[in-house]
Write a protein that binds this ligand. Structure first.
Ligand SMILES: *Cc1c(COP(=O)(O)O)cnc(C)c1O
Length: 378
């Protein structure tokens, strides 16, 4: 038989489970003909930083020119803020760009990388696309099991992905636990520490990640402008890590991965302390509101330090997410991420959180009455 063109695509690529992004609001509104709110992708419900938007508008007028591929001014500002050299900072097309690039420079067939089950699917994809072996360690109490991850490291292991806090569980570990973990990881293994939700965490002694970079440890810290800064749509994030590693990554990436508009917006958003402060405040209130509402309904959830909550709605969680969408509230079904009895809801504005709680209450009531009538029918 003639070979099909797919035969040229390696088996390890064809076996990858595709990442499923949250549904855009417009798509749901178009398909269902209803108004909807989106609490599915952990975006900032207050919108982008107004200072960021202003700067982006100005930069738009320069769009006939290629932008600065080296993101000079943004790296300069980040370096100053973090007290590292500019060479220790790499700006990417979202921090997910850097998740992929770390795998691209380190992994190949015959090698392996370790991460956790029940974490960000892009880690699995980054490892598998290189033909490397994915070692996924089970979660422990919905958290990264750092001891087990250290034990899972093999002679072939080159890379470890860790999310702190974890997505989708919203759990966190402290700086001491991470320091202890690093003593057990061979220095040849790069640890990618994804701190996408860093700004939301109020736990004391949460992270000393930048100090570890300053000490020259083999770690790459990832941060993003997609969450607290409200710039998810502009696709911009950054990594802080060893200069030698970043220089190698820089050779193989797209020449100008981040638009000048995104760079300008990010640079201005960094200084928009009022927007950051308000975003954190609204999130803290929203977490409490959702926690109280869920508790009153008797619905279990994993306590979260982030801007989303893993809600344990029980069997049929994916179907419940679909029903909720028909009521105009988009949440994320979690079956595909290994939690068939859970949905993930992002913290919204007070009104949006209320709409979510009402929709959940409504669906639970109708599920309850369906069960009761089943019992009556015998
Ligand atoms: C949201 C998120 C990111 C950010 O991705 P961007 O590409 O910067 O938008 C990274 N890691 C995790 C775990 C996330 O949840």
């Amino acid at each position: 038989m003639a070979k099909s063109f797919q035969d040229g695509i390696p088996q390890y690529i064809r076996e990858i489970d595709a990442y499923i992004p949250g549904k855009p609001v417009e798509e749901v509104e178009r398909e269902l003909g209803i108004r909807a709110i989106k609490l599915a992708s952990n975006e900032n419900p207050l919108g982008p930083s107004p200072m960021g938007v202003e700067a982006a508008k100005k930069a738009l007028g320069e769009s006939n020119r290629y932008s600065d591929g080296g993101s000079y001014y943004l790296r300069e500002a980040l370096a100053k803020r973090q007290e590292v050299a500019r060479e220790n900072i790499l700006v990417g097309c979202g921090s997910t760009d850097l998740i992929h690039l770390a795998a691209s420079v380190l992994l190949g067939p015959g090698e392996s990388a370790v991460t956790s089950e029940g974490s960000f699917p892009l880690y699995y994809i980054a490892i598998e696309k290189m033909g490397a072996k994915l070692i996924a360690v089970p979660l422990k109490n919905y958290s990264f099991d750092l001891d087990a991850i250290a034990r899972a490291v093999e002679p072939e292991t080159k890379l470890i992905y860790i999310a702190n806090p974890n997505n989708p569980t919203g759990t966190v570990f402290g700086a001491d636990a991470f320091g202890e973990f690093l003593t057990k990881v061979p220095e040849r293994v790069l640890v990618v520490l994804d701190e996408a939700y860093y700004e939301y965490v109020s736990m004391p002694n949460y992270s000393r990640s930048i100090e570890l970079v300053q000490e020259g440890r083999n770690i790459l810290v990832l941060r993003t402008f997609s969450k607290v800064y409200g710039l998810a749509g502009l696709r911009i994030g950054y990594g802080i890590g060893p200069a030698e590693l970043l220089a190698e990554i820089d050779k193989i990436r797209l020449p100008i991965p981040v638009s000048g508009v995104a760079q300008a917006a990010a640079l201005a958003a960094l200084d928009d302390e009022e927007h950051v402060r308000r975003s954190i405040e609204v999130n803290r209130e929203g977490l409490a509101q959702l926690g109280t509402g869920l508790h009153e309904m008797g619905v279990k959830f994993v306590p979260s330090v982030t801007n989303f909550i893993l809600v344990q709605v029980g069997r049929g969680a994916d179907a419940l997410a679909t029903e909720m969408m028909k009521l105009g509230v988009i949440v994320r079904p979690m079956g595909w991420m290994g939690f068939p009895e859970a949905i993930r809801v992002s913290v919204g504005t007070a009104e949006e959180n209320d709409a979510f709680l009402r929709a959940l209450g409504q669906l639970q009531a109708s599920a309850g009455s369906a069960k009761r009538s089943e019992r009556v029918r015998g």
